[in-house]
Design a protein around this ligand. Structure first.
Ligand code: MMA
Ligand code: CA
Length: 256
């Protein structure tokens, strides 16, 4: 018995030393694996990526905003869409903030897509602006500086990937009226006398037409088959005119 006691205490000591040793190794392993997980070189700095993308996107939005302020007194479709997109994204980011496991890949995918879309939009704006087009409520307008017949005017617009302007609202008519010029517009009754159609084939609606009082009149039975802006001192400024007359014209190109 006496002999066993020191043996037992020696075994205990060995066990304690072994346990401490194991604990040390475990701690070191944990330490290393945590460091690896946190500072591993292939783990992207998600916050930085998201910060960059958000900044890039916001910069593009600011650029696009400046295009609109010159023409549209109130918000146009593009700006409305962008604002909605941004708000949606903000809501998404907020929900991610409060959750434990943010889906960084999804956030980055959304931001990248948004940025690329904005880049494409901005490229289109840059392109048309440089060629002298005016932007107003989701369309670009080319205001001619020379005169042509209605048919040649239309051909010119078609060559530009556009068509003669189609007027769908009072605001759009006011946009054309502001220049106080006689312009060919995309309206004709060549097909059927008295049936006025836009160049896209749609019938002129009676609720959105701006004929001057007494027009269209095919003046003294002369054939007047083409629409123009003429009486620009009043809201109802349209006139029917002989198509071969040389006049300025307005092309319209809609943007998605
Ligand atoms: C012009 C011509 C017509 C128009 C009348 C209005 C003289 O003809 O523009 O189309 O109806 O003016 O007075
Ligand atoms: Ca007329």
């Amino acid at each position: 018995m006496d002999k066993n006691l020191p043996d037992a205490s020696a075994t205990n000591r060995k066990l304690v030393v072994l346990s401490l040793g194991l604990l040390c190794i475990l701690q070191a392993a944990l330490n290393i694996s945590l460091r690896l997980a946190l500072y591993s070189s292939d783990a992207p700095d998600y916050d930085a990526v998201i910060r960059n993308l958000t900044e890039e996107r916001d910069q593009l939005k600011r650029k696009l905003n400046t295009f609109d302020s010159s023409d549209a007194p109130d918000h146009d479709a593009v700006i409305r869409n962008l604002t909605e997109e941004r708000d949606q994204l903000k809501r998404k980011l907020n929900t991610f903030d409060s959750s434990d496991a943010p889906d960084y890949d999804a956030v980055i995918r959304t931001l990248t897509e948004e940025r690329d879309q904005l880049k494409r939009k901005l490229n289109i704006f840059d392109h048309y602006t440089q060629e002298g087009w005016r932007y107003f409520r989701s369309s670009f307008y080319f205001i001619s500086s020379v005169k042509k017949s209605w048919g040649d005017s239309r051909d010119n617009c078609l060559q530009k990937g556009a068509d003669l302007v189609i007027i769908n609202s009072k605001e759009e008519n006011e946009f054309t009226r502001q220049f106080r010029r006689l312009f060919w517009i995309g309206l004709t009754d060549t097909e059927t006398e008295g049936t006025w159609k836009w160049v896209d084939g749609t019938l002129l609606s009676t609720t959105t037409s701006y004929w001057h009082p007494g027009e269209p009149n095919s003046y003294f039975s002369t054939n007047e088959d083409c629409g123009e802006t003429k009486f620009n001192e009043v809201e109802d400024n349209w006139n029917d005119e002989k198509c071969h007359w040389q006049k300025f014209w307005i092309c319209e190109k809609m943007v998605a």
